[in-house]
Design a protein around this ligand. Structure first.
Ligand code: P6P
Length: 308
């Protein structure tokens, strides 16, 4: 008997409003998946607040999600990685949603997998809160298959989009082993001047670990989720990324929630990712995420590696 996303969410015992919101997000993902496979891969001729050129798909994906978050009437505040400020949606909305509409979109022209990432809080706004206040986290991966992976704090579960447009349960309550043979050394350029990072990468290589890194956080973390674990690292690199490249709100918090619910860990060298207080919507942080003992080792090796 196949288990579909809606009934799995119902069995999780979450409020109907949160279940409906996640289903609206799942629907937005189907439209984005279609756009990727049929749409314009070109540049939009616009740029985001970081001055990064936006692809037509970036803009379209962002609009699809924004529209769904507004028509569902369940969201009071939303913020997109592609836009500067917090959007006020519906005053009666119960939830606040932070999302990265198309993470890794620069990879889409080379046909690599990319994804959309969502972090859901109950109540208005984000600042002053931490990732521990999330009530749900989920991501869609647009690859050879389209999958949706979510947690509401009762394990981490994956669903696969089937031929009739339903998300069907493919992996329930999957877990990460404490150690792993895989490593994903992000921001490897930092190893040039960061001797501790270089030594750690050398240790991974000397230890015979298998490299798995695509440049897209969604498939790179998803790979760890599928292979029983791994370690994904993205350390800081002055002057370009003194506090790391990845965003706390849109990428690190949701993946930290998903990883911890799968028995893994996520840390920034100073504290667990989900203990970092959200001060600014687009704040960045280093991140070391994956198998618990592997994350612990990175913190031991780099822990004094304060964001510069
Ligand atoms: P680099 C994609 O642009 C992204 O935001 C993440 O998905 C990914 O993990 C990271 O940046 C890759 O960064 O420096 O390897 O290009």
């Amino acid at each position: 008997m196949i288990k579909l996303l809606d009934s799995h969410l119902y069995d999780a015992g979450i409020p109907d409003s949160l279940r409906h919101l996640i289903m609206y997000i799942a629907r937005a993902g189907k439209y984005i998946d279609h756009a990727i496979k049929t749409g314009d891969l070109g540049v939009a001729g616009s740029s985001n607040l970081f001055g990064e050129n936006q692809l037509a798909l970036d803009v379209l994906s962002d609009k699809i999600i924004e529209d769904n978050l507004k028509i569902c009437r369940l969201v009071s505040h939303a913020i997109s990685e592609e836009k500067e400020g917090v959007m006020e949606c519906n005053p009666q909305g119960k939830y606040s949603v932070a999302y990265d509409p198309l993470d890794g979109s620069s990879l889409v022209d080379s046909n690599l997998a990319i994804g959309s990432i969502f972090s859901i809080f109950e109540g208005p706004g984000f600042e002053g809160r931490t990732g521990r206040n999330q009530v749900a986290a989920l991501y869609l991966q647009y690859g050879p298959r389209t999958t949706l992976t979510y947690t509401v704090g009762k394990g981490t579960h994956e669903f696969t989009l089937n031929d009739v447009g339903e998300f069907s349960l493919s992996r329930e309550s999957f877990k990460l082993d404490p150690t792993s043979k895989y490593f994903a050394p992000g921001n490897l350029r930092a190893a040039k001047d960061n001797a501790k990072y270089r030594a750690l990468v050398d240790e991974w290589i000397d230890g015979g670990k298998t490299l798995r890194y695509s440049g897209g956080m969604v498939p790179d973390v998803n790979h760890m989720f599928h292979k029983g674990g791994g370690i994904f690292a993205y350390p800081p690199l002055a002057p370009k990324y003194p506090n790391g490249k990845l965003r706390l709100l849109f990428e690190c918090n949701p993946f930290a929630f998903l990883a911890e619910q799968a028995g893994g860990a996520a840390h920034n060298g100073q504290m667990d990712i989900m203990d970092i207080v959200i001060e600014k919507p687009h704040q960045r942080t280093p991140i070391y995420i994956g198998s618990k003992d592997e994350v612990k080792k990175v913190v031991e090796r780099l822990g004094s590696n304060q964001p510069s």
